[in-house]
Design a protein around this ligand. Structure first.
Ligand SMILES: Cc1cc2nc3c(=O)[nH]c(=O)nc-3n(C[C@H](O)[C@H](O)[C@H](O)COP(=O)(O)O)c2cc1C
Length: 255
């Protein structure tokens, strides 16, 4: 299965066999991680592979998951670094899942102090992975997601390929399945927005930007698979406009 097909078949896995994965596969995953395209050019990031097999590595928190391996991302804190982090981690996530391994993002679990201090930049997020005890894939109809009509406003009739890109975006995983993404769609551009959190949920804003990056990976992988040329840009007009329920993130220009 390629990464595009995996978008429609994947699910989060929380029950892992505490079993070793062969070194070639791990090396291949790390090589892939280091070759990933960025959403935000020249961002500085480091991937760290953590084996939880020989020695228990500290991941704490109520939503922590026991897995044989984790891959942790640390990044330099620059503008949109969270968006970029989500974008990178979802590409890696789909790559690992496409190999028949199970994965789950760990947004709320925290690495122990020793592990954190061994990272090159600021810790952002981890992905738990390994051989799954149950099925790794599911039918897309089983994914618990908001319907398209809640997420997308079509301003013009668009091609079936653009609809397929938006379907890939809709199926993206998000922290506590929040699905913050919203879209305003024209033939030649998709304006991407994120739902605003109420004031008491502001601490969730950080995870929301990672979610938005994750969704962008699905959108852009679908564009590539469907041979649609796209460019990501920010509209100054929309950036400076205030919307009651949503915040403007970026625009995908379609040529
Ligand atoms: C950024 C992010 C953080 C997440 N953090 C956790 C977590 O800490 N613990 C957990 O069990 N699941 C976590 N998840 C998994 C989500 O709960 C899951 O993706 C969502 O409920 C949709 O389910 P699905 O991935 O099976 O489609 C996280 C997902 C994302 C994208």
């Amino acid at each position: 299965m390629n990464m595009f097909d995996t978008i429609f078949a994947r699910q989060s896995i929380r029950n892992f066999c505490q079993e070793r994965i062969d070194w070639e596969t791990l090396e291949d995953i790390l090589k892939f991680a280091d070759s990933l395209p960025m959403l935000i050019k020249d961002s500085k990031v480091e991937f760290k592979l953590v084996s939880n097999i020989e020695q228990k590595q500290g991941f704490n928190g109520p939503f922590s998951i026991k897995a044989p391996y984790y891959i942790c991302l640390s990044a330099e804190k620059t503008e949109d670094y969270l968006l970029n982090a989500g974008y990178l981690m979802q590409q890696l996530n789909l790559y690992i899942e496409s190999k028949g391994l199970g994965t789950c993002f760990l947004g709320t679990a925290n690495p122990g102090r020793a592990l954190k201090s061994s990272m090159k930049y600021d810790y952002v997020i981890s992905l738990a992975f390994g051989k799954s005890k149950g099925p790794v894939y599911r039918d897309p109809s089983q994914a618990n997601r908001l319907p398209e009509e809640d997420l997308v406003v079509y301003k013009e009739e668009v091609s079936s390929n653009i609809r397929k890109m938006l379907e890939a975006a809709r199926l993206a995983p998000s922290s506590i399945n929040n699905q913050p993404w919203r879209f305003v769609v024209y033939k030649n551009r998709i304006h991407v927005f994120a739902r605003k959190n109420p004031w008491f949920a502001k601490p969730l804003d950080r995870m929301k930007m990672i979610d938005m990056g994750i969704m962008m990976a699905n959108l852009l992988i679908a564009a590539e698979e469907l041979w649609i040329d796209v460019k990501v840009a920010k509209s100054d007009a929309l950036k400076n406009k205030s919307f009651p329920n949503n915040e403007y993130i970026l625009t995908v220009l379609i040529s």
